[in-house]
Design a protein around this ligand. Structure first.
Ligand code: ADP
Ligand code: ADP
Length: 226
């Protein structure tokens, strides 16, 4: 569905701080790329540049052969799932999931069908009328996923999506994400600190430090070699 390249991408924040330095990566269609590295190494900045939430200072973001640097976030066909879920507290589960589609002027009956299908996949069918505060952490995380998958985007960006869940739910959601990846045939870039998540989900792992790519390898190579 989507290949994606970052070519010599740099990010210099307005205060002069260089958060991402000469980032080069080619992501193939349907890959599950994991970003790992210590806090502050530029993982979120890179995701935000891909999503269009942060300007690229120099270099190019290319998706399916097209330079995307100046394309509005809503026109990028990318969905992002955040660590804190970023649900709208005053809206129901249905409206949270429908929001991005309404923004893009998708017809109402189509929105309903898409939200209901996502709710089926994510086991949220009985919760569509609830507000986020009446949901468990795992359910909120599923709504955040649902909001992304209803859009059927080319690329999913996930920034530590499971880090606020307890250990048991994390294991459950991990396998749900793996099956979603297979089922949707999506290209995913996923930030985590969890080695098990990186090992089980990733097709390749990108190791970052101080805004620089240190290593790119398969999980087998990265974690199993002496
Ligand atoms: P990570 O996601 O790997 O923890 P970030 O991409 O959030 O790292 O941040 C990378 C670096 O950029 C950090 O040192 C952070 O303090 C800095 N940074 C993030 N946002 C800004 C900003 N708006 N202005 C200046 N520096 C920033
Ligand atoms: P889309 O589906 O187009 O990505 P979202 O519903 O995810 O739209 O949200 C659009 C923007 O609004 C995102 O940048 C997101 O971080 C922000 N956002 C989402 N929920 C909230 C909230 N409860 N409060 C403030 N900002 C939010």
């Amino acid at each position: 569905m989507a290949s994606l390249s970052l070519k010599n991408v740099c990010k210099v924040y307005p205060n002069g701080f260089e958060a991402v330095k000469d980032f080069n990566l080619d992501v193939a269609d349907k890959e599950f790329i994991i970003f790992v590295g210590p806090s502050g190494c530029g993982k979120s900045t890179t995701l935000r540049m891909i999503a269009g939430l942060e300007e690229i200072s120099s270099g190019d973001l290319i998706i399916d052969g097209k330079v995307m640097n100046d394309v509005e976030p809503k026109d990028r066909d990318i969905a992002m799932v955040f660590q804190n879920y970023a649900l709208y507290p005053h809206m129901t589960v249905f409206d949270n999931m429908a929001f991005g589609l309404k923004l893009r002027k998708v017809p109402k009956d189509e929105i309903k069908a898409k939200v209901e299908e996502a709710a089926r996949i994510l086991d949220l069918e009985k919760l569509l009328d609830r507000k986020p505060k009446a949901l468990s952490g795992g359910q909120r995380q599923r709504v955040a996923m649902g909001r992304a998958i209803v859009r059927n985007p080319k690329v999913f960006l996930m920034d530590e999506p499971l880090s606020n869940l307890d250990a048991k739910l994390r294991v459950q959601m991990r396998s749900e994400i793996a099956s979603l990846h297979n089922r949707l045939g999506a290209t995913i870039i996923y930030v985590t600190h969890d080695q098990t998540e990186a090992m089980t989900l990733g097709t390749r792992i990108v190791v970052l430090k101080d805004g620089v790519i240190m290593q790119v390898d398969s999980p087998q190579k990265l974690y199993n070699e002496p």
